[in-house]
Design a protein around this ligand. Structure first.
Ligand SMILES: [Mg+2]
Length: 340
């Protein structure tokens, strides 16, 4: 609901106020009366007037003084003022009125048609201004809502991205992200002609562990291993992923076979040092892992899967030995191609 525009009428003579009120009757206005300049100013504290009809000649503070004070105040400085005066139309008087910020002049006795026409213009201007102000507020609110939605969207996208690249159980990269990283690193190593190494590791007898202690503790075990891997503080460019149930992969850019084997050996020790108790039926007191390592100087005409397969074969060898060990395997297929 929009409220009616308020108009302030100021005159020291009550009968003049009655005349003004009668003339304003056709407009749907909230009329506020004042019989002195001081009273008029006091009303401006409580209302936002669309228009002030101001008598010039008043005892005490006259109309010009009231107008000057209204112009000097931030809240009231843009309220239109129409001076209503019985004075002569002497030009000096009119100029004085404009100096104090009058918007218009009318002379008593007021002529209804002229009066109505003038008042209507100001009321319409006021209503347009109000409508614009409301639209601006609405617009600002919509803008704020939009900004909030935008931020929510960004947060959701971030979460989605994280979910799509992260393994929910361990917080490490997932298989999908691992494959991206692996092929990115392959490309980079081909460009920079540096060696790329891959470690595959698998928790020993994990099925037996799960069967003995249940999946809940199985998950705890995987989380502990993942946490230990993260806390090893490998180089920032080395990336760890969980690529299967109990299988992890570590991509080591710019790392030669010796370096990769050293890292694998460190990881093997870190996992056994966790001393997570295993079911003795496995023949082991604690949880351990087996490792397969391979290394290559990649070239673009080769597929990265050769390196992955070599590391997998090496891991298989570790399993077929007594587990809890590191096996390095040359990436033979690659060498054959590379020597062509
Ligand atoms: Mg008067």
């Amino acid at each position: 609901m929009t409220k009616r525009p308020s108009v302030l009428i100021v005159d020291d003579r009550p009968e003049n106020l009655i005349t003004l009120e009668a003339l304003l009757e056709p407009f749907n206005l909230d009329i506020v009366r004042a019989t002195s300049g001081a009273e008029a100013l006091a009303h401006t504290l409580d209302y936002d007037f669309a228009l002030v009809l101001l008598d010039v000649q008043m005892p005490g503070m006259d109309g010009y003084e009231v107008a000057e004070l209204l112009r000097g105040n931030k809240k009231t400085k843009s309220i239109p003022i129409i001076f209503v005066t019985a004075r002569s139309k002497a030009e000096t008087q009119i100029f004085r009125g404009y100096e104090s910020g009058a918007v218009d002049y009318m002379f008593k006795p007021l002529e209804p048609i002229v009066f109505n026409g003038k008042v209507r213009v100001f009321i319409e201007l006021y209503e347009q201004k109000e409508a614009l102000r409301r639209k601006t507020i609405e617009f600002d609110q919509k803008l704020a809502e939009l900004e909030e939605l935008q931020q929510q969207l960004e947060e959701t996208n971030e979460q989605l991205l994280m979910l799509s690249t992260t393994d929910g159980l361990t917080g490490l990269y997932n298989k999908r992200r691992f494959e991206e990283i692996f092929s990115e690193e392959w490309e980079r190593a081909s460009r920079t002609e540096t060696s790329l190494s891959l470690i595959m590791l698998d928790i020993d007898h994990f099925k037996l562990y799960n069967d003995s202690f249940g999946h809940h503790l199985g998950d705890d075990c995987l989380r502990s291993v993942a946490k230990a891997l993260r806390q090893m503080e490998l180089r920032e460019l080395d990336r760890i992923a969980r690529v299967g149930g109990e299988e992890f992969a570590i991509v080591l850019p710019d790392t030669d076979p010796q370096g990769a084997e050293l890292v694998a050996e460190r990881v093997r020790k870190v996992i056994s040092e966790l001393r997570i108790p295993h079911n003795e039926a496995s023949g082991r007191e604690i949880v351990t892992a087996s490792f397969g390592v391979s290394s290559i100087l990649p070239t673009r005409h080769l597929s990265s899967r050769y390196l992955a397969e070599a590391a997998d074969e090496a891991l298989y060898e570790s399993k077929s030995k007594n587990r809890n060990c590191v096996t390095f395997k040359e990436c033979m297929t690659c060498w054959e191609y590379a020597q062509d």
